[in-house]
Design a protein around this ligand. Structure first.
Ligand code: PEP
Length: 251
């Protein structure tokens, strides 16, 4: 059975003290024998506080929202996977559409970041997904195929086994518009099929593929009930403990 994962992407929200309160509130509301891994991805400055709160639990993990492709060096303002690892980070979001849009990151760079993160023992949550205009012109499968090929097909099978994929249609991120369960399932099945063809059925069947894009308590259950949807990457709703816990409980 593959892992069910719900990851919260706090983006550039929550000071360290606010983050500590939020994560405490989340963990306090959760029962301990949940069959779901929870990943909290705060901004870098809140990682230490969040990691301290979740240290006691075996099912809540700390994630980061990005890392540099190099492990150290003259890269002013950047943070490396080695630094994150030492702080207790176990997952890192890579290739998020906001990094692609505001920092012009492409899949060639993201492919290298994925290898760097895995080398440091951090599991990448690789984000892919089409823009609105690409969906409207029915190019979503071509776009996602190209993203996956570029970012993931250079990995070894061992490296691929560490990857989590998040399908995040860009038109659904932060817009309140969600992909229908049918649209999301169709894409997740397509992605799993691509991974099966390249890396084999065993790796594909163990791969967790998360859906992201305006996922909330009202739509999480139907999305998570789809056979190829193994959880969610949650933005806005992860900043509200009650909403985030309800999404986790949708499983
Ligand atoms: C995201 O940024 O990864 C995301 C899914 O955001 P939201 O849930 O707010 O659409």
């Amino acid at each position: 059975m593959r892992k069910k994962i719900v990851a919260g992407n706090w983006k550039m929200n929550m000071t360290p003290s606010q983050g500590a309160i939020l994560v405490t509130d989340i963990t306090r509301q959760l029962v301990k024998d949940l069959d779901v891994q929870i990943v909290i991805c705060p901004p870098y400055t809140s990682i230490d506080r969040v990691a301290r709160v979740i240290r006691e639990t075996k099912w809540v993990f700390c994630g980061a929202q990005d890392c540099h492709v190099q492990l150290s060096g003259a890269f002013t303002g950047d943070i490396s996977a080695a630094m994150l690892q030492e702080m207790g980070v176990r997952y890192v979001i890579l290739g998020h559409s906001e990094r692609r849009k505001y920092y012009h990151e492409d899949d060639i760079l993201v492919a290298e970041k994925i290898k760097t993160a895995i080398g440091e023992g951090i599991r990448p949550i690789y984000c892919c997904g089409e823009e609105l205009q690409e969906r409207e012109t029915n190019q979503q499968f071509e776009v996602v195929e190209m993203q996956i090929e570029t970012a993931l097909f250079g990995l070894s099978p061992e490296q691929m086994s560490e990857v989590v994929i998040a399908y995040e249609p860009v038109w659904a991120i932060g817009t309140g518009k969600t992909a229908t369960p049918g649209q999301a399932q169709e894409m997740h099945e397509f992605i799993r099929g691509m991974i099966a063809e390249k890396f084999g059925d065993d790796i594909a069947s163990k791969l967790s593929i998360l859906y992201g894009g305006s996922c909330k308590p009202e739509n999480a259950h139907e999305l998570f009930s789809q056979p190829d949807i193994d959880g969610g990457l949650i933005g806005g709703a992860s900043l509200d403990a009650d909403a985030f816990v309800k999404i986790i409980q949708s499983f």
